[in-house]
Design a protein around this ligand. Sequence first.
Ligand SMILES: Nc1ncnc2c1ncn2[C@@H]1O[C@H](COP(=O)(O)OP(=O)(O)OP(=O)(O)O)[C@@H](O)[C@H]1O
Length: 328
Amino acid sequence: MRQEDFLIVRNLKKVFSVGSLLLKTNIYAVNNVSFEIDLTRPEIFTLAGESGSGKSTLARMLLGLIKPTFGEILYKGRDITKLSSQKDWYNFSKEVQPIFQNPFETFNPLVKVETYLYDTALNYKVVSSLNSHDYIEEILITVGLTLEEIKNRYPHEFSGGQLQRLSIARALITRPTLLIADEPVSMIDASLRMSIVNLFKELKEKFNVTVIYITHDLATAYYISDRIAIMLRGNIVELGPVERVLLNPLHPYTKLLKSSIPEPTAELSWDEEVKLTVLEEKEFGLGGCKFAYRCTEASDICFEREPIESFVDERIVKCHMYSSHKFI
Ligand SMILES: Nc1ncnc2c1ncn2[C@@H]1O[C@H](COP(=O)(O)OP(=O)(O)OP(=O)(O)O)[C@@H](O)[C@H]1O
């Protein structure tokens, strides 16, 4: 295995201290997460789980927006948690581009959207100013738009779906290897969601872009993913090919998710004091399997000891029921 071809996440942890001064609780928003993505074989790798499972925290660490408490993120052999120079960040951000949930927050309401596209192309030196027009037109066509349609228009003059296409176009301008899309369709009109989701599939197939797709929606995840990782209270509890995991789930939590697809909570501002729900507090505080309180198959050990990862039926599963399988 050539490290230069991979994104390798090893034992990643992010601990937040929440609560008031007197009553502080440490929550492991991401807890010992490990996985690998071969960037030479583009895929859609989905992180799925209910609200508060740690998906966005993991995404923010992968983008270098927040520092892990512990662990490594090796992108093409370099640990991004240790990048320091502006040049390193410039090169990294050229290859790894984010797509956020709310496209209206991606664009400044007072700036015409085409300005973003030209500025990104010129700042990242992907094209000379002479050729930028043709280049941007080409990228816009990829996402189903044209320069003519967007010319002289401000963000509020577009629908959410169109603006999300534009934020995907902006991300594509640097010819990235990896897109990290955090709930990219959850704020889009339901009738337009599939067309955006399909776009990710097309980008993978036609442009060799790997996509980390973050969602609570198992239906779109099933439709576009190659592999899926199911997250629960900071842990990946099942990871493998999407057909295996979703058609024949092994972890009791994946089974529950399949039967009750949860909605994400309203957006939270992290500048304010974070309040955990009773269930979150109980589950984050549990020393054993975080799902034990809700699991119909739980036994004593599930409340006492954290399960280890086992390799079963082409996937990794973190559940005591499978711990007699080959350990990894
Ligand atoms: N900056 C922060 N300070 C304190 N707690 C945080 C912070 N960011 C996230 N958390 C907590 O970490 C846990 C995981 O949150 P995260 O947003 O990563 O989950 P998620 O799966 O993306 O959920 P959602 O779909 O609701 O965004 C939650 O309990 C959340 O309250």
